[in-house]
Design a protein around this ligand. Structure first.
Ligand SMILES: Nc1ncnc2c1ncn2[C@@H]1O[C@H](COP(=O)(O)OP(=O)(O)OP(=O)(O)O)[C@@H](O)[C@H]1O
Ligand code: SF4
Ligand SMILES: [Mg+2]
Length: 385
């Protein structure tokens, strides 16, 4: 039961394919009406055609506003949900419809870390019980070996191995999240889906958990799908970043490219909401305020789903194409894909440069969507998660 099972192990050439392949994943939740005779009146299209690959040892950040389908994507991947359609391949095996024992065996290899370390740990179990539970479920080791393993795991996540006898309420938020990570590691997984693992923590503790996850990745060869609503969080930990809007990925790129030269108007808006630590640059930047709320995933807009809030569409004179034709993800440069008919207009634009903290605003380039007065005083809809 060595923790370092995956670390740096030489792999046969055929295993160099992606660890995870997600193809046109859809997860719809039915909407029903009627108390006695329920009938199906529609669907919440929480995830509506998501495709991406995750390489072994890689971290992919998944970001977007609240309700855009991030958690549902993560939960479908680890098969807490049975997808409506599409395909999920883990290590070359189609797991989309796996059930029973086969699914249980596969689940050992992918685990989730949840956002809220308060509600995700059973308050009536002590820490040894919580961390050791997956070992019992999967019938791994003898009781003595399991106890030893729990001690080892607590040490690995930076907790005192003697803490096993304590209960969750005796720990701080950061410590509880460490317990959640230890539990996820118990069965030696290869993939960890971390669903907003630091959102509920104090800022000072967030960095500790990020550092812990990075250290564990190096040590154990883990692959992460790291979900967050804030681009500033994922850019530090992710090799690549995928931006979601209303159930779709609208931009996917190496994190550096996405942050320095975003190509989707939505990504530009999200980036423009992140403060830059240089006061001189920051004072010249303008935040892009997205109008209105995110439309309902039960009734997404026609054509490009972002067209009801898109600043670029407005600037281009509201081209009809945006409302009638659904833009597909297309690769504009190596590994940088974007779902916008007019992404070339974003490239090199003042909005793109400002969002990335390059160049300043002048009257000539001040966009029509910029708020009057202090440009950074209004709460951005784009940051509303
Ligand atoms: N079990 C469910 N039944 C019905 N609708 C659901 C269910 N789970 C999620 N949804 C809906 O699916 C959409 C996507 O939800 P999801 O939780 O995946 O979003 P999210 O991006 O993780 O948001 P957040 O940042 O708030 O966590 C939302 O409209 C949500 O209300
Ligand atoms: S396709 Fe049109 S509406 Fe959609 S993001 Fe591009 S410019 Fe905006
Ligand atoms: Mg969520």
């Amino acid at each position: 039961m060595s923790l370092a099972r995956n670390a740096g192990a030489a792999r046969p050439a055929e295993l160099d394919g992606p660890l995870l392949r997600v193809d046109d994943l859809r997860m719809y939740f039915p909407i029903t009406e009627g108390l006695v005779f329920e009938h199906h009146v529609g669907d919440v299209r929480a995830v509506d055609g998501v495709s991406f690959e995750l390489r072994r040892g890689e971290t992919l950040g998944l970001v977007g506003e609240s309700g855009c389908g991030k958690s549902t994507t993560g939960r479908a991947i680890v098969r807490l949900y049975r997808p409506t359609s599409g395909r999920i391949e883990f290590d070359g095996v189609d797991i989309t419809t796996l059930g029973g024992d086969q699914l249980r065996r596969m689940r050992r290899r992918m685990q989730m870390v949840f956002q809220d370390p308060y509600s995700s740990l059973n308050p009536r179990m002590n820490v040894a019980g919580i961390v050791g539970e997956p070992l019992e479920i999967h019938k791994i080791g003898t009781p003595h070996e399991r106890r030893e393993r729990v001690r080892e795991l607590l040490g690995v996540v930076g907790l005192n191995p003697e803490f096993g006898v304590r209960y969750p309420h005796e720990f701080s938020g950061g410590q509880r999240q460490r317990i959640g990570v230890a539990r996820a590691l118990a069965v030696n997984p290869e993939l960890i889906v971390a669903d907003e693992p630091i959102s509920a923590l104090d800022v000072s503790i967030q960095a500790q958990i990020i550092n812990l996850l990075e250290r564990l990745q190096d040590k154990l060869g883990l692959t992460y799908l790291f979900i967050a609503h804030d681009l500033s969080v994922v850019r530090h930990i992710s090799d690549r970043t995928a931006v979601m809007y209303l159930g779709r990925i609208v931009e996917l790129a190496p994190s550096r490219d996405l942050n320095q030269a975003p190509l989707h108007p939505y990504t530009v808006a999200l980036l423009s909401a992140i403060p830059i630590p240089d006061p001189a640059v920051e004072s010249r930047r303008r935040r892009i305020i997205l109008r209105g709320d995110v439309p309902s995933p039960a009734n997404p807009p026609s054509g490009c789903r972002f067209h009801t809030r898109c600043w670029l569409r407005e600037r281009l004179g509201n081209p009809e194409r945006c409302t009638v034709e659904d833009p597909q993800l297309r690769e504009l440069s190596a590994g940088h894909a974007v779902a916008c008919h007019f992404a070339e207009e974003v490239d090199g634009s003042p909005e793109q440069r400002q969002s990335a903290g390059q160049g300043g605003a002048s009257a000539a380039v001040a966009p029509s969507w910029a708020p009057a007065g202090n440009p950074r005083s209004a709460a951005p809809a784009a940051q509303g998660a």
